[in-house]
Structure formats: structure tokens, C-alpha cells
Design a protein around this ligand. Structure first.
Ligand code: GDP
Length: 319
């Protein structure tokens, strides 16, 4: 891909968007275009059309989305389905109208059915019912995948969809009510250590299995897809192995240095029992993740301490 290409990273302040911006800069791309929510509201169709008409974008990386963990998804399904559908349709349609040939749409592994054979292959999409705790978000993301496919078929665009497994890394959401499990447990372990607590509460039974991908690996996979001129399709992005929530909690406690007991809160939902992606489609093309979980958690913890934790962690993190 041309290093002068005008690349619009939608959602550059989020965990995925900021990783893409870091990676593009490191690889020497010189025209990375970003807009804050104040400058460009992606739910405002007219504003999105005006932006694309004036900016002459070559490539769109659509990482803007309303995202959240199991509790946020289960309690605010209306916001999750509405905002994601509107952002996707506005950006993808405006990109097509402005003759943008290449776009990468980011979804999530929760688009796949709840009772999927494991590991999950891309072809299992829409083969049986979804996990109910995040079906509204999943339906919106499936619509995004279908938008890319439909526009490619009808208009000859080259819109590709990447489905990462559970992500973590710099700029994650550490708000305990809306975050995913890894940042939540990282924060809980850090605060439990500082407070000298005897226990740390983990939601659910601790038995669900999850796979975790460092967001810098997702950014690497995105550049791989762009630089190898992949023109269509749905691609899982993961590490190829998973662990239980209990094992994840133990690993986090070790990295953080919290030595108390884990307590499991059965009043909180477990969600889907297992969510391991089959990553052979990208692997056959020559890409695989390189950041190991313990190293990834350790660097994320350092970043968390530097950027949030200061002397009054709880207050700093809410800000
Ligand atoms: P999911 O992968 O879509 O289910 O989303 P999450 O990352 O929010 O949750 C994954 C699993 O971790 C679920 O079984 C949660 O119950 C469990 N979990 C354990 N402790 C926590 C926590 O403190 N926060 C969150 N979000 N999940 C937790």
C-alpha cells in the first residue's frame, strides 16, 4: 500500500483505533486522518457525507463502535444496536459514495452463534442462535459484515471484515461497570493490592473459556491484510488458544503481585461457555499473532499504571 495513501481511522481514540494509528505511524504512513467525536459525529449522516466528499480518503479503517463488556451489553442493548448500526451504515455508505475502494470493518467474535463448534470458523456465521447477553451488539456487527459483502458484490468495492477475539491493551476501558473481563480484573487486582485486601471478586463461575488478543496484534493483522491486497472476506483474528476466566484471574494476580484469594460471584452472568476462534484462514495467508498473554498483560499493566493509576487510582480511572 502506498505510504502516501489517505487513511481515515474512524474511532482513533479507542483501543483499536489508537493501536492502528500507532502502527501506521511506525510503518511510515504519512497521511493518517482522524476526527474526534466533537469534530465529526459518525451518527450524523449528513456530516459523514460532507466529510467524505471533502477529504478524498483512499482507505477507511472503521474501528468506531459502541463497545462494552457483558453487563453493559446486557443492560443497554438499545444503545448498542442503534449506535453501531448507524455508525456502520453512515460510514460504509458515505465511503462507497465517495469512491473509497478499500475499507476494513472491525467486528467481534460475539457475532458467532452461542453453541458453535469450537474453534469457530468464519463459515459458522448465522448457523444458529446468538448468545443472548450481547445479541443486540452482535446483530449490528453482523449487519456490518453483510454491508461489506453486499457493497463488494453490487459496487465492486474491496471492503474486508476482521473479527478479533477478546482484545486488551493500551487505552482499554477500565470502568468496572462497562469494561471487559481483562481490564476489569487488572484494575481490581491493582486496587486490591494497594488496599491490602484479602480477596478479589471475579464475576460468574470462573469456568467460561476465553481467548485474548493484544490490540497491537490486531493492528499488525490489519496492516497485513492491507499490504497483501486482500479485497474481500471475513477473517477471524486471534491467538488460537484459550484459558478459563479463573486461569486468567490467576495470571493477572501474578503479574500485578496480588496474593489474596479469588472469590466467585455467582449472581453475575457467565455469558457464552467458550469462544475460541479458528484462525487458520489468516494463518494460511502467512499471519499469526506474536504477543504472548503473560507478556501482553505485563506491558498493559505497566501502561495502566503510568496512564491511570497514579496515587489515587479509582478517581483517576473514572476521569
Ligand atoms: P464476554 O466475553 O462478551 O462474555 O464479555 P466479558 O469480557 O465482559 O466477560 C467475559 C467473562 O468474564 C464472563 O464470564 C464474565 O462473567 C467474566 N468476568 C469475571 N469477572 C469479570 C469482571 O470483573 N468484569 C467483566 N466484564 N467480566 C468478568
Amino acid at each position: 500500500m502506498n505510504k502516501q495513501a489517505r487513511i481515515f481511522v474512524a474511532g482513533h481514540r479507542g483501543m483499536v483505533g489508537s493501536a492502528l494509528v500507532r502502527r501506521l505511524a511506525a510503518d511510515g504512513y504519512q497521511n493518517v486522518i482522524t476526527r474526534s467525536r466533537k469534530e465529526l459525529d459518525l451518527t450524523d449522516q449528513a456530516a459523514v457525507n460532507r466529510f467524505f466528499e471533502s477529504e478524498k480518503i483512499d482507505v477507511v479503517l472503521l474501528a468506531a463502535a459502541r463497545v462494552g463488556g457483558i453487563l453493559a451489553n446486557a443492560t443497554q442493548p438499545g444503545e448498542f444496536i442503534y449506535e453501531n448500526l448507524v455508525i456502520e451504515t453512515n460510514v460504509i455508505h458515505a465511503a462507497y459514495r465517495a469512491k473509497v475502494e478499500r475499507l476494513v470493518f472491525f467486528g467481534s467474535s460475539c457475532i458467532y452463534p452461542k453453541q458453535c463448534p469450537q474453534p469457530i470458523r468464519e463459515e459458522y456465521l448465522l448457523t444458529s442462535p446468538l448468545e443472548p447477553t450481547n445479541d443486540a451488539y452482535a446483530i449490528a456487527k453482523i449487519a456490518g459484515v453483510k454491508l461489506c459483502e453486499a457493497y463488494n458484490r453490487e459496487y465492486n468495492t474491496q471492503y474486508v471484515a476482521l473479527m478479533p477475539t477478546n482484545l486488551y491493551g493500551p487505552n482499554d476501558n477500565y470502568d468496572l461497570k462497562s469494561s471487559h473481563v481483562l481490564p476489569a480484573l487488572l484494575r481490581k487486582a491493582h486496587e486490591a493490592k494497594l488496599n491490602g485486601d484479602a480477596t478479589l471478586t471475579v464475576w460468574g463461575s470462573g469456568t467460561p473459556l476465553r481467548e485474548f488478543l493484544h490490540v497491537d496484534d490486531l493492528a499488525a493483522a490489519t496492516l497485513f491484510v492491507l499490504e497483501h491486497n486482500v479485497t474481500e472476506g471475513l477473517f477471524n483474528v486471534g491467538v488460537g488458544n484459550d484459558l478459563s476466566i479463573r486461569e486468567l484471574a490467576e495470571c493477572i494476580c501474578k503479574v500485578v503481585g496480588f496474593e489474596g484469594e479469588l472469590v466467585f460471584d455467582a449472581s453475575k452472568p457467565d455469558g457464552t461457555p467458550r469462544k475460541l476462534l479458528d484462525v487458520s484462514r489468516l494463518a494460511h495467508m502467512g499471519w499469526q499473532a506474536t504477543i504472548g498473554l503473560t507478556d501482553g498483560i505485563a506491558s498493559t499493566y505497566r501502561d495502566f499504571v503510568e496512564s491511570h493509576a497514579g496515587s489515587t487510582p479509582a478517581a483517576a480511572i473514572e476521569a
